[in-house]
Ligand binder design. Structure first.
Ligand SMILES: [Zn+2]
Length: 851
C-alpha cells in the first residue's frame, strides 16, 4: 500500500490531498474555483465516516477498520450478518421527516438565492427593501405541499432519494377497523420494499438474535412474510439524543487508556473501546469486565449521567473466530431496546439488540444459574407482540395458527372507538353486542381491551350435525342470532362540497324547494334527510338550490343497501361565516350476520356461517341448553389448535364459577397441565371432567351416542361480509370494443371464465357447456360473409333506393364481388370481427373458408 503511495509521489499531506481531489472532483459537482485540496477535504468531510466530526477521529476509526480487516483476512474473526437485528436500526417517521425537511429547506434556500440574484441584478441592491425580501422569501419553493404529498400518498419526491431504497409505500393509513389493528400499525417494522422483490429468502429468516425484539408469530404469510415484522409488546425505539461528552472521561476513570495514549499492556492484549462509532481508547483485557460491570451499574442506577438506553457490549476474545472483539458502547437513537430484570441490581434494565447476544438472560426462575445468569425476562410472554399476546393459551397452538390469528384479529369487527358521533371516517365498523372475554391473557387487561372489545362469548359444541358444517362452515343458532349475536353495522361518511359542483360561482346552497314533489316528506327544508330517516335505493339523499336561478337539484341515494341517517355535520370555513355549502353525511348500514359471513375464534379457526338453524332443531343438553355455534370436529386434528380446546373448557368453568380465567401463555406445563386444572373446576361445578356433555338430537329427541365437547369460546366476527362481495349477473353492461360482458362487482359485471377454467371444461369433454359459456353467453354475433371471396368486411347493406318503401327489403351486397347471392350469415364471436378489422388496418386480409 505504502509503495503505491511512494510511486505516485504522495510524500506530503498537501500532495496526498491534491492527488485525492484530482481523482474525485469529477464525481462531486463542486464549483470550478475549488482547488484539488479543497475537493479532497470536502470528500473527507461529506463522504468518509460522516458520523465523525474531526479528521483525527476519522483516522483512528480507519485504523480500527484496517485492523479488523486484517483479522478477518487471517480468519480470526467472523463476518457480521447484515440481516441480523444486532446490526440494524429502525427508520422512524421523525428521522424521515427531518431528512426530507433538510432537503426541502436546501431547495428553498437555492430558490431564494436565485430570486435574490435576479432582483439584485435588476435593482442594483439599492432597491432591495424589507418588503422586497419578504416577497422573495415567500416566492421560494413551498415546504408544506411536499410534506402533504408525502403523507397523503407515501411517495417520496426527492432528488437525492435520501439514501432510501424505496420511493413509495412510506405511509400507510392507520385505519380504525378495530383497536388492535390501529395499535399494530404503530408497532410495525418493515424491512423495506426492495427486499420483497429479492429471490433469496435469507432476509426473511427468523433469526435467534431478534428474540424479544421482533415477534416471531406476528408477521403476515405470503409476500411480506418475515419482512413486515412487529415489535414485541415491551420493545421500544430509542428516541432522545443524549450528550456523550462526559463519557470518555468516565471511561478513563474506569481504566480505559485514551486513544491517543499508550496502554500499559501490548495492543494485542487490549480491547478497543468504541463509543457511538468513534474509537475512544483501549482497555486492558483483564480490566474490561470490571469496567463493564461498573458501567452497567451506573446505567441501571442512572448515575454519572449515563443514559438508561445505553448499550454496553463486551465482545470477548474467545480463541474461536467470532465477532471482532472489543468494548462497544451505543447511545444513539433509533436502536431497539427492551426491558429485562437485572438480577444483581434487582432493577429493570434496557438492553439493546447487540447487547443481548453477550449477556445471559434467563426466562423462568428455575433457569437461573448463580454466577452465570445476569438477567431475567420480565415475563415469559415478552417475546410476543401486542396482538400475539391477546391469543389465549397461544403456547398450546401450532405456530401457523397463531400467525393466522394475528392476521384475523386485525380484520375483526369490534368497537374501535367511543366517539362515533364525532368521527367522519370513510368507513367504520361497529359490533353491536360485544362482550368481555371470559378467558383472557394478562395483556388483555394490561391494555384495557375491555374498552375496545372485539367479540362475543359463544357456547360452542364440537359436533358434526346436519352436514351444513362441512369444510369449516359453522351453524349458528337462529335464536342467538335473533337475540343479537354478532350484530353490527357499517358507518359510511360522504363529504359533499357544493363548491366543487360548480366551479367559480358561489350560488349553490343546500336547501329544498318548498312543495317539490320529489323531496316532499323525505327531506327537510335544509335539503338534508332528517336524522334517523331510513333511506332506500332511489330515495332523495340531499338537495341544493342555485340562488341565482332558483333551480333545485336532487341527488338520490345510490346504494342498493338501505341505511339509516346517523348524523350530519355542517361544515363551514374557519371563521364560520361561509355559506351553507359543505356537509359531512354519515349513514349507518345495518349488517347483521347472514349466510356467508365470516367468523373466527381466537386460534386461527375461521369459518363461514352456513345456516341459521332453528333453535328447536339444535341439539340440546340435559339442562335444555342449545349451543350458539356448531363447530365441525374435523377442524381440530389437522390444525392442532389445542388452545381452543383449553379455552372452551376454561370458558365453561369460568361461566360456571362466575369468574374470568387468566389465559396468559406459558402458565401451564407438562407437570401442571391445563386439563387437570380446568377439569377439576368443571367437576366441582357438577360437570364432566373432560368438558363433554350428553346431548340430545333436536330433530328426533333421541340421545346422541357420543359425548359432545361443549364449552364457551370467544368468537370474533370478521369484516369480510357477503354483502360486500357477492356478484350476480344475468345480462348487463358489455365492453364497447369487444362486446363481451364486463367484469367487476361494482358495475354488476360477470366473473371471468378464464383460460384455466376453459382447460378444465376441455379436460372434462363438456364442449357444449364450453360453447355456451365462451360463445353464447359472451359475445355471440351474427355476421355476413361472402362465400366467394371469404371476406367478413366486404358485405355491406345496399344503399336505400329513393323510394322509402323499399327499405325493408334491402339486400346485402359484397362490395368486392359486386353480387348479393354469395352472401351467407355465420355466428362468430364479436371480438373476432373486431380482430379482422384490426388486421385489415395492418394490411392483412382474413379469408374465411365457408362452405
Ligand atoms: Zn365477395
Amino acid at each position: 500500500m505504502l509503495r503505491v503511495v511512494m510511486e505516485e509521489g504522495c510524500t506530503t499531506r498537501s500532495k496526498v490531498l491534491n492527488y485525492l481531489g484530482e481523482r474525485f472532483r469529477v464525481k462531486m459537482n463542486l464549483p470550478e474555483w475549488f482547488t484539488n485540496e479543497q475537493c479532497a477535504s470536502f470528500l473527507m468531510e461529506q463522504c468518509l465516516c460522516i458520523h465523525l466530526k474531526s479528521d483525527v477521529e476519522k483516522f483512528y476509526l480507519l485504523c480500527l477498520m484496517t485492523r479488523k480487516l486484517f483479522t478477518f483476512a487471517k480468519q480470526e474473526c467472523m463476518e457480521e450478518n447484515p440481516d441480523s437485528l444486532m446490526c440494524q436500526e429502525v427508520l422512524t417517521p421523525g428521522q424521515l421527516y427531518l431528512m426530507f425537511l433538510k432537503e426541502k429547506m436546501a431547495a428553498w434556500l437555492v430558490s431564494v438565492k436565485i430570486s435574490i440574484d435576479k432582483r439584485a441584478h435588476r435593482l442594483q441592491w439599492s432597491g432591495v427593501t424589507m418588503e422586497n425580501l419578504m416577497k422573495m422569501f415567500t416566492m421560494g419553493a413551498d415546504l408544506t405541499k411536499p410534506f402533504e404529498y408525502l403523507l397523503a400518498t407515501g411517495n417520496l419526491h426527492s432528488k437525492t432519494g435520501l439514501g432510501m431504497l424505496q420511493e413509495s409505500g412510506l405511509c400507510v393509513v392507520a385505519d380504525k377497523l378495530n383497536f388492535i389493528r390501529y395499535l399494530s400499525h404503530f408497532r410495525c417494522v418493515h424491512r423495506g420494499a426492495a427486499f420483497a422483490k429479492m429471490r433469496t429468502t435469507t432476509v426473511r429468516r427468523l433469526l435467534p438474535e431478534s428474540w424479544g425484539f421482533l415477534c416471531p408469530v406476528h408477521t403476515p404469510d405470503g409476500e411480506p412474510c418475515g419482512l413486515m415484522n412487529h415489535m414485541t409488546a415491551h420493545c421500544q425505539v430509542v428516541a432522545p439524543v443524549h450528550s456523550t461528552t462526559t463519557l470518555p472521561a468516565l471511561l478513563c476513570s474506569l481504566g480505559v487508556t485514551p486513544v491517543g495514549g499508550t496502554p500499559s499492556q501490548p495492543y494485542s492484549d487490549c480491547y478497543p473501546v468504541v463509543l457511538d462509532g468513534a474509537m475512544v481508547g483501549w482497555v486492558d483485557r483483564e480490566l474490561a469486565p470490571v469496567a463493564v460491570d461498573s458501567l452497567r451499574r451506573f446505567k441501571v442506577l442512572k448515575e454519572k449521567r449515563i443514559p438508561p438506553w445505553t448499550e454496553i457490549v463486551l465482545v470477548p476474545q474467545t480463541g474461536k473466530s467470532s465477532i471482532y472483539p472489543g468494548l462497544y458502547l451505543f447511545t444513539t437513537p433509533c436502536r431497539l431496546v427492551r426491558p429485562v430484570q437485572n438480577l444483581a441490581l434487582g432493577q429493570e434494565e434496557l438492553i439493546g439488540t447487540f447487547e443481548q447476544l453477550f449477556i445471559n438472560v434467563g426466562i423462568f426462575e428455575g433457569e437461573i444459574e448463580p454466577g452465570v445468569t445476569t438477567h431475567q425476562e420480565l415475563f415469559p410472554h415478552s417475546m410476543l407482540s401486542v396482538v400475539a399476546s391477546f391469543i389465549p393459551y397461544s403456547d398450546h397452538n401450532q405456530s401457523p395458527r397463531n400467525m393466522y390469528q394475528c392476521q384475523m384479529g386485525k380484520q375483526t369487527m369490534g368497537f374501535p372507538l367511543h366517539s362515533f358521533q364525532e368521527r367522519s371516517d370513510n368507513k367504520l365498523y361497529r359490533l353491536q353486542t360485544p362482550q368481555s372475554p371470559l378467558v383472557r391473557p394478562y395483556m388483555y387487561d394490561h391494555y384495557n381491551m375491555d374498552n375496545y372489545p372485539i367479540g362475543t362469548n359463544a357456547i360452542v359444541a364440537v359436533i358434526s350435525y346436519t352436514g351444513y358444517d362441512m369444510e369449516d362452515a359453522m351453524i349458528l343458532n337462529k335464536a342467538s342470532w335473533e337475540r343479537g349475536f354478532g350484530h353490527g353495522c357499517v358507518y359510511k361518511t360522504e363529504l359533499v362540497d357544493l363548491a366543487e359542483k360548480m366551479k367559480g360561482e358561489d350560488c349553490l346552497v343546500f336547501g329544498a324547494k318548498p312543495g317539490d314533489p320529489k323531496v316532499m316528506g323525505k327531506l327537510d327544508v335544509d335539503g338534508l334527510p332528517p336524522i334517523g330517516a331510513v333511506l332506500h335505493y332511489g330515495d332523495p339523499f340531499y338537495s341544493y338550490i342555485n340562488l341565482n336561478t332558483g333551480q333545485s337539484f336532487v341527488t338520490f341515494y345510490k346504494s342498493k343497501e338501505s341505511c339509516v341517517v346517523d348524523n350530519i355535520k355542517v361544515c363551514s370555513n374557519d371563521a364560520g361565516t361561509g355559506r351553507f355549502k359543505r356537509i359531512c353525511l354519515t349513514v349507518r348500514v345495518p349488517r347483521n350476520p347472514t349466510i356467508g359471513d365470516k367468523f373466527a375464534s381466537r386460534h386461527g379457526q375461521k369459518g363461514i356461517l352456513s345456516r341459521l338453524w332453528p333453535a328447536e332443531d339444535m341439539p340440546f343438553t340435559e339442562s335444555g341448553m342449545t349451543p350458539d355455534i356448531l363447530f365441525n370436529p374435523h377442524g381440530f386434528p389437522s390444525r392442532m389448535t389445542i388452545g381452543m380446546l383449553i379455552e372452551s373448557m376454561a370458558g365453561k368453568s369460568g361461566a360456571l364459577h362466575g369468574m374470568c380465567h387468566d389465559a396468559t401463555p406459558f402458565r401451564f406445563s407438562e407437570e401442571n397441565p391445563a386439563l387437570e386444572h380446568f377439569g377439576d373446576m368443571l367437576r366441582a361445578a357438577g360437570y364432566n371432567y373432560y368438558g363433554t356433555e350428553r346431548l340430545y338430537s333436536g330433530l328426533s329427541g333421541l340421545e346422541l351416542e357420543a359425548d359432545i365437547f361443549i364449552g364457551v369460546v370467544y368468537y370474533q366476527r370478521l369484516r369480510h361480509m357477503v354483502s360486500d362481495k357477492f356478484q350476480v349477473r344475468t345480462t348487463g353492461a358489455r365492453d364497447k370494443v369487444t362486446n363481451q360482458p364486463v367484469g367487476g362487482r361494482n358495475v354488476q359485471g360477470g366473473i371471468r371464465f378464464g383460460e384455466m377454467e376453459r382447460d378444465a371444461l376441455l379436460a372434462h369433454g363438456t364442449s357444449f357447456l364450453l360453447h355456451d359459456r365462451l360463445f353464447n353467453c359472451s359475445d355471440r354475433s351474427v355476421a355476413q360473409v361472402c362465400l366467394d371471396c371469404g371476406s367478413l368486411l366486404s358485405p355491406l347493406l345496399e344503399k336505400p333506393p329513393p323510394t322509402w318503401s323499399a327499405t325493408r327489403h334491402r339486400k346485402t351486397i359484397c362490395t368486392l364481388c359486386g353480387k348479393s347471392d354469395s352472401i351467407d350469415t355465420v355466428s362468430v364471436p364479436y371480438v373476432f370481427r373486431y380482430f379482422v378489422a384490426e388486421l385489415a388496418a395492418m394490411n392483412i386480409k382474413i379469408k374465411l373458408d365457408v362452405k
